[in-house]
Design a binder for this molecule. Structure first.
Ligand code: ATP
Length: 355
């Protein structure tokens, strides 16, 4: 794989507010990248800077080794799919898609062939004579996609393209997009603030916070080894428990009374331990914890059953902790009852904080 897009030291401010703070990012040919972060973290500003709709204050953006920082959007080898699809209402589906090649000087017959090929890629060949107003949201989204890929860009930018769709259609379109991207082999950069969506479709997720990149990695990596407290909290549900470490590698969690041998070297003396809810087991009142299991003792504060699983919220030494168990809860587990939670220390992920 070789680098397609290289973003180097990109900064952007709006007055005193720094929207992008020294962004460095390399994207490979054919990768599906998701920019993920809370509202206002700079995702759209970064996407618009790549597209050329916005000029960064400093830094360099290169595509295939060519510096495009000063090129207008239409001279960059990329295309953008917007949230509102931006279809031409007075043109049919076929005309909408053929518009791009026509603008590039391709003759009418050839442009229609290319448009039909693009429509076939998104499964809309039967609707080529319809006008956008006679299409469902999902169909309009596919037309917008066909229009964006018809000129075979090297890079496709997608700015929250599924946010207007209902949840079921959105989930279906996520998988369709993933398959389409694999078929085309074009790199996609997709913006969302929905972490489940990001984990479903991305080869690599770029987690952003307050204009900075916090972590770049595959979803499994980001979930199991978050690089910061922010990432741990933003991706999935997490119990963040303060810890102190001794020089010998022994960990003392703020809410557990027995020390845990981590076996790790070079631990920072304190920080947070990340423990995912699915790694906490609700122990039977009578059964002892297994030898490899650490135990927390507290009181149940809430039990939430969500069909396939149950969330058991507890208060342990003044801290709220959530455990996830499969199926329905045990009958003896009610709000106010004593609870014992067990976990394997191998599932603790430690994020040290410099003193
Ligand atoms: P969302 O998920 O809500 O779309 P985002 O992560 O895409 O958020 P951006 O649109 O990139 O966020 O905005 C980043 C920050 O820059 C925000 O605080 C926003 O208010 C600010 N901002 C963006 N454009 C401008 C502008 N033209 N003038 C002033 N501030 C702006």
């Amino acid at each position: 794989m070789s680098v397609l897009l290289s973003i180097d030291s990109v900064c952007k401010s709006f007055g005193p507010f720094q929207a992008l703070d020294n962004i460095h990012l390399d994207i490979e040919q054919g990768e599906f990248i998701v920019l993920l972060g809370p509202s206002g973290c700079g995702k759209t500003t970064l996407l618009r800077s790549i597209a050329g709709f916005m000029q960064p204050d400093s830094g360099r953006i290169a595509i295939d080794g060519q510096d495009v920082s000063r090129l207008p959007p239409y001279r960059r080898p990329l295309n953008t799919v917007f949230q509102n699809y931006a279809l031409f209402p007075h043109m049919t589906v076929l005309e909408n898609v053929a518009y791009g090649p026509r603008r590039q000087g391709v003759n009418r017959a050839e442009a229609r062939i290319k448009a039909r090929e693009a429509l076939a890629m998104v499964g809309l060949e039967a609707l080529e004579d319809r006008f956008p107003r006679a299409l469902s949201g999902g169909q309009q989204q596919r037309v917008a996609l066909a229009r964006a890929i018809v000129n075979q860009p090297k890079l496709l930018l997608l700015d929250e393209p599924l946010s207007a769709l209902d949840m079921k259609l959105r989930k279906r379109m996520q998988l369709e997009l993933k398959h389409l991207q694999a078929k085309l082999g074009i790199a996609f950069i997709f913006v969302t603030h929905d972490q489940e969506e990001a984990m479903t479709i991305a080869d690599r997720i770029v987690v952003m916070n307050a204009g900075r990149i916090e972590q770049v990695g595959a979803s499994s990596e980001i979930y199991s080894a978050p690089a910061s407290r922010f990432v741990a909290d933003f991706i999935g549900e997490a119990n963040l428990i303060g810890y102190q470490a001794s020089e010998s590698g022994e960990i003392r969690l703020g809410i557990a009374h027995t020390p845990i041998s981590s076996g790790a070297k070079d631990l920072l003396p304190h920080g947070v331990a990340v423990l995912r809810p699915e790694h906490l087991q609700v122990l039977d009142a009578s059964s002892p914890a297994s030898a490899s299991c650490c135990e927390l003792k507290g009181t149940v504060t809430d039990i939430v059953t969500v069909g396939s699983h149950t969330l058991v919220h507890s208060l342990i030494d003044g801290q709220s902790i959530v455990a996830r168990t499969m199926g329905f809860p045990r009958a003896d587990l009610v709000t106010g009852s004593a609870v014992r939670l067990g976990f394997n220390p191998a599932h603790l992920h430690l994020i040290g904080e410099p003193v």
